[in-house]
Design a protein around this ligand. Structure first.
Ligand code: RB5
Length: 141
């Protein structure tokens, strides 16, 4: 189960992601917002973070204007490792090295084509399980 969250700035791109996940048969839960009306990003950012940290969802995807505010909100929740990624290399590396469990993107930064590719990479790339990466993640917690 993938937890989704956005603010008003990310609402449109989140709809594209919902369509994409639906076509691929990937289950998701939408933690808001539910329109393009102004919405405070920490509300859905933290809701998604708690869903991931609590084990209700295995990963989360957050979309605001920049991806930055929502990643900051999510990273306040212990156990969450949210990464802002706007390129494929970072999405792959943050899964392999950081075992990132939340992807954050900015709808005002990238278009839907690249965003959906990044979503696929983020969801499909396993953690490396390398000892050095496990050690470094442990040092962050
Ligand atoms: C909303 O205007 C904007 O601040 C928000 O979408 C996000 O970019 C915050 O980091």
């Amino acid at each position: 189960m993938i937890a989704l969250g956005s603010d008003h700035g990310g609402y449109g791109l989140k709809q594209e992601i919902i369509k994409h996940l639906t076509e691929k048969g990937i289950e998701f839960k939408d933690y808001g917002c539910f329109s393009e009306e102004a919405f405070d990003y920490p509300i859905s950012g933290k809701a998604v973070a708690h869903a991931v940290a609590g084990g209700e969802c295995e990963k989360g995807i957050l979309i605001c204007g920049t991806g930055i505010g929502m990643s900051m909100a999510a990273n306040k929740v212990p156990g969450v490792r949210a990464a802002v990624c706007h390129d494929c290399f970072s999405a792959q590396a943050t899964r392999e090295h950081n075992d990132a469990n939340v992807l954050a993107m900015g709808a005002r930064v990238i278009g839907p084509g690249l965003a959906l590719k990044i979503v696929d990479i983020f969801l499909e790339t396993p953690f490396s399980n390398d000892e050095r990466h496990i050690r470094r993640i442990g040092m962050m917690e």
